[in-house]
Design a binder for this molecule. Structure first.
Ligand SMILES: [Zn+2]
Length: 189
């Protein structure tokens, strides 16, 4: 049977199928490779990533977070709408970004319970393949643009905490949740 991502229920599983790596795990820093062929294994991985994401109340998950270094991302900002299909991006590339940056709060399943403001372009256009291998182009702003950029960073081994400008607040928040500032690789604007 072919697994269908649109049929993945948006519910929490007691035993999510995949383990999510956390800040400090070296696997998160390894860049992901392009997917040359969308196989049954890739579709199966997308389904498991969705199940895992919904289980932890996430709105996005990138394959490197579950230890797979492939350019695959799942996103669902409509987690409270059972019939709205998730967004799956294979080999995404940003082709346009707005000059205007905006600040917004981000969190990450790989840095649980840490939420901090990050500056990013407000609007982007991204090209990618869907799970049927069809080329797609999407222009997004607001939350969706932010989530896509956050997840694409994971494909390059970049964590959102690397982009936080307020180093003092970051250090405090990470320490409180048992993470170390040593595992952050700061990118200053
Ligand atoms: Zn993340």
């Amino acid at each position: 049977m072919i697994a269908s991502t649109t049929a993945v229920p948006k519910t929490k599983l007691k035993h999510p199928p995949l383990k999510v790596h956390t800040l400090g795990d070296k696997v998160l820093r390894q860049p992901a490779k392009r997917i040359s062929k969308i196989t049954e294994d890739i579709r199966d991985l997308a389904v498991k990533m969705l199940q895992t994401m919904y289980s932890y109340d996430g709105i996005g998950l990138a394959a490197p977070q579950v230890g797979v270094h492939k350019q695959l991302i799942v996103i669902d900002i409509n987690f409270d709408q059972p019939s709205a299909p998730p967004l799956i991006l294979v080999n995404p590339e940003i082709v346009e970004r707005s000059e205007e940056l905006c600040s917004g709060e981000e969190g990450c399943l790989s840095v649980p319970d840490v939420f901090m403001d990050v500056m990013r372009p407000d609007r982007i256009s991204v090209v990618f393949r869907d799970l049927d291998g069809r080329p797609q182009k999407l222009t997004a702003d607001g939350l969706l643009a932010r989530v896509i950029q956050h997840e694409m960073d994971h494909l390059n081994g970049i964590m959102f905490v690397d982009r936080v400008q307020n180093a003092i607040a970051l250090s405090q928040n990470l320490t409180k949740k048992g993470f170390s500032l040593k595992d952050v690789r700061p990118i200053r604007n």
